[in-house]
Design a protein around this ligand. Structure first.
Ligand SMILES: [Ca+2]
Length: 477
């Protein structure tokens, strides 16, 4: 089916399902709810269930224990914009419409997203946090991509502070009292509002299937939170080298931010149980791209928290494993075996077909993803990717089973065996030229020129943390 026809058909069925949904009360065995939390830059090892000794994440740990943990679910891209684009459109970085981290650069109006997919399947659709694939006033805005509600930041630079002057609700600015544009100081803490709105959305839509997308900006910098926040009180006096919050870099604050995200997940699970929809809800927990080795000093050359430990090389921005490996687990009571771990090789582009299969939704034909529902449910045949592909800032990476081919502007193609060499240090390109050729041939075929969206109304776009300075009136002659 051609994309245009598909969109038309999807739109019609959305209306039909919407009407049916209003008439029929919800019954057992209905479409599952989806709560999809994707934290911003949490490292693969920054959870207590992954062995971290300082960072405490009891609620995430419980989800992992009650669901399936993925050891090889790779980010869509190594930075915010592209990884979100791959997640939301099911297309890899050689095909998707956002391949840099421009901030406000939009996807096109015709591009099909998870929002449109769930909308067409009769879901209530809400997003809360950082959108990142189109500013307000562009063809990439969430309200024109199937989201009934989107509350938070659209432009990712806007999301660099927890005390912004305003947040957006469906494209409209809502001013936050007492916030002046100072990165670290203000009276209204944005993340709490964002989380409160997500909770309200779940409560409001408890009787319909719901898709609640939570791209929370925690624990991305610039860090600060209210002085009386319980997570801050827990970490502020710990000896991590911090000098108090409202500074550009503070490990105590970072630890509190991860704990805060964990607390929010605890509140969401509690709410789902209170509303008696927990059993019919798929919860996904994920990072968005690889972690950052923050807080480096002489004693801690890879940072106080060592996000990538000594297992992976690189971090955010790199197509080496440290930039792509994210924590990822899925919980679905009664469907996914508790405490299971899979090494199924997948990436964010697989999320769209997986959730489509789980919810009876349809996807366009031109996506790159493959459903991993058979892996989650432990039944059916799990199809594998022949290749996975990424490109970013002069780097290209291809994955085929245990093999990873990587090049950058400074570095010709290298070939690594990830089973033996997760640090990607032992180049086998000369030893296996045939394997490398197969992968680089694929890389050539995987890239098409990028197609971007456009502005509809520039006046709605992000205009800096303090806003544009008013133009000085020209003196009269
Ligand atoms: Ca990110």
């Amino acid at each position: 089916m051609k994309r245009r026809d598909f969109l038309k058909a999807a739109g019609c069925s959305a209306i039909a399902v919407g009407l049916a949904g209003r008439i029929a009360a919800r019954t057992a065995g209905d479409k599952p709810n989806i709560v999809y939390m994707m934290l911003d830059e949490i490292g693969y090892f920054e959870l207590s269930c992954m062995g971290h000794k300082i960072l405490k994440t009891p609620n995430f740990d419980r989800l992992a224990a009650e669901g399936m943990r993925f050891t090889q679910c790779l980010a869509g891209g190594p930075v915010c914009g592209p990884t979100r684009c791959v997640l939301l459109t099911g297309k890899h970085m050689g095909h998707c419409e956002m391949r840099t981290n421009g901030g406000g650069t939009p996807i096109t109006k015709g591009e099909f997203t998870l929002g449109e997919m769930f909308k067409s399947a009769g879901y209530a659709t809400g997003g809360f946090g950082k959108w990142g694939i189109g500013d307000s006033g562009t063809t990439g805005a969430p309200e024109i991509h199937g989201f009934d509600t989107f509350y938070g930041y659209y432009h990712q630079v806007h999301a660099h502070t927890y005390y912004p002057r305003y947040l957006l609700r469906n494209g409209k600015r809502e001013m936050l009292p007492g916030n002046t544009g100072d990165y670290h100081k203000g009276q209204t803490f944005s993340q709490q509002l964002i989380h409160d709105e997500a909770m309200k959305f779940i409560r409001r839509n408890k009787d319909k299937p719901l898709f609640c997308y939570l791209p929370y900006t925690l624990p991305h910098g610039l860090w600060s939170m209210p002085e009386d926040d319980p997570s801050w009180l827990m970490y502020k006096d710990m000896k991590l080298g911090g000098k108090g919050q409202r500074r550009p870099s503070d490990p105590n604050m970072y630890a509190a931010m991860i704990h805060m995200a964990d607390r929010y997940m605890g509140e969401i699970v509690k709410l789902l149980k209170e509303l008696k929809i927990d059993d019919n809800t798929i919860i996904v927990f994920s990072g968005d791209n690889g972690g950052q080795p923050y807080f480096r000093d002489a004693e801690h050359p890879r940072g106080v928290f060592e996000p990538n430990s000594t297992v992976f090389r690189g971090g955010k921005g790199s197509l080496l494993e440290g930039g792509l490996r994210v924590p990822y687990f899925v919980r679905w009571p009664g469907k996914i075996k508790p405490g299971s771990v899979t090494d199924h090789l997948c990436y964010f582009g697989d999320v769209m077909p997986t959730l489509a299969e789980a919810s009876g939704a349809k996807t366009p034909d031109d996506i790159d993803g493959i459903s991993f529902l058979p892996t989650l449910l432990g039944k059916g045949t799990q199809k594998q990717h022949d290749f996975l592909y990424w490109e970013y800032a002069g780097q290209v990476a291809v994955r085929k089973g245990k093999w990873k081919a990587y090049m950058s502007r400074k570095q010709a193609w290298q070939l690594f065996d990830l089973e033996k060499d997760s640090l990607e240090k032992n180049d086998l390109a000369k030893k296996h030229p045939d394997i490398l050729k197969e992968m680089t041939d694929y890389a050539k075929s995987a890239h098409i020129p990028v197609k971007g969206g456009r502005w509809i109304d520039r006046s709605k776009g992000f205009d800096g943390h303090r806003g544009r300075k008013p133009k000085k009136a020209k003196p009269k002659k």
